[in-house]
Design a protein around this ligand. Structure first.
Ligand SMILES: *Cc1c(COP(=O)(O)O)cnc(C)c1O
Length: 393
């Protein structure tokens, strides 16, 4: 059996093969789920690279190799969740250090910083990351980490990765980009100057709403040694089966993202034409203020669309309760379409803060179903809202 250097192959090929050569002991084409806690040693300290499964597990190794390849990084580390990956990265900062975070960071990331990390003497500030002047103004002499998400949640704002990387590096800080909303198929932050990429693999990487997972990818070998040490020392590692589910998801990432993006664009364009819809937030629309930056750093615009309804909270609530193909649920990035009311669901915990969202905002995670079924569902839901509101008036 001859082997192939997958790093010379294209993204879609690497997604299927990188780190996933056939199992040498059996020829199994799919990486086995190594459901074991320990590995037998030939002699004391003499083993095949695996001694205890918190430290390393072959299914996880395959996933980490694949993720590094897809993000164009030298290394990847998988974690039990996106937030476990975030926690691991925060072990790099020390008491007295300062972290600069987006003012609309993922709620769980904000909670980790504000309610956990801050208790350990680490300072943080929130800034408008889509505005480079604000980013520069937010930097302090002790800033060690700048934390970017793009596109953001739920307004799909776009942050100029290369622009923020330059500001962070001028200040001697590292830049992490949470690439969850884009996926490496559409956006490769390391190529734009980021030091680390973070993923909630729960979303597009897994892609089937059946697993919680997270990952960090980067190039710097010295930091890798620290993060790899912490992955084992703190122990928030993914189970072998969860690693395997994410690996299986990765194989179809490219085709899924193509369809997510095509469907989301059609949905966004449709919504823009509806009387009941006020504003549509989708970076693929030329009306989006971040469209040009997005077009520069993304190859397509992914599957998340938000919009505000005319008629206030009542109309938004009526809409999310009227769809029947789009299921009412939190989370995103799965093959099935989801709808939610951020103000009352994903973003309820930031109500009354600077990160609060409009109460007539609706967020869609556009899946890969047939576009006619998705548009038909939205059309019927909008009609139901109109009827409900006009009856009330
Ligand atoms: C879901 C999510 C996270 C957290 O990931 P978990 O897997 O839920 O821990 C972090 N960032 C973004 C952008 C997310 O959507």
């Amino acid at each position: 059996m001859s082997t192939h250097d997958w790093n010379t192959s294209h993204f879609e090929t690497r997604a299927i093969h990188a780190g996933q050569d056939p199992d040498p002991s059996t020829g199994a084409i799919i990486t086995p789920i190594f459901q074991t806690s320990t590995f037998v040693q030939e002699a004391v300290g003499e083993h095949k690279g695996y001694d205890y499964a918190r430290s390393d597990n072959p299914t996880r190794t395959a996933l980490q190799t694949a993720l590094a390849s897809l993000e164009g990084g030298a290394w990847g580390l998988s974690h039990a969740s996106g937030l476990a990956a975030a926690q691991n990265l925060f072990y790099l900062v020390r008491p007295g250090d300062h972290v600069l975070l987006s003012n609309d960071a993922y709620g769980g990331t904000y909670r980790l910083v504000a309610k956990v990390i801050a208790n350990y003497g680490i300072e943080f500030d929130l800034v408008e990351m889509s505005d480079l002047v604000s980013v520069r103004a937010g930097i302090k002499p002790n800033t060690k980490l700048v934390w970017v998400e793009t596109p953001t949640n739920p307004y799909l704002k776009i942050v100029d990765i290369a622009g923020v990387a330059e500001i962070a590096h001028d200040a001697g800080a590292k830049l992490v980009v949470d690439n969850t909303f884009a996926s490496p198929y559409l956006q490769q932050p390391l190529a734009h100057g980021a030091d680390f990429v973070l993923h909630s693999a729960t979303k597009y990487l897994g892609g089937h709403s059946d697993v919680i997972g997270g990952a960090l990818i980067g190039n710097d070998e010295e930091t890798y040694a620290t993060l790899k040490f912490m992955q084992n020392a703190a122990g928030a590692v993914p189970a072998p089966f969860d690693s395997w589910l994410i690996l299986r998801g990765l194989k179809t990432l490219g085709v899924r993202m193509d369809r997510h993006s095509a469907n989301a664009r059609a949905v966004a364009e449709y919504l823009e034409r509806q009387d009941l819809v006020d504003q549509v937030f989708y970076p693929g629309l030329t009306s989006h203020p971040g469209h040009d930056v997005a077009a520069r750093q993304m190859s397509d615009f992914s599957g998340m669309v938000s919009f505000t309804t005319r008629g206030g909270f009542e109309s938004a609530k009526a809409f999310v309760e009227s769809t029947t193909v789009f299921q009412l649920a939190e989370s995103l990035g799965g093959v099935e379409s989801l709808v939610e009311h951020p103000g009352q669901m994903t973003h309820l915990s930031v109500a009354g803060t600077g990160a609060a969202v409009a109460d007539n905002l609706v967020r869609l995670s556009v899946g890969i179903e047939h576009i006619d079924d998705l548009l038909g569902d939205i059309e019927a839901a909008l009609a139901a809202v109109s009827q409900k509101l006009s009856v009330r008036v």
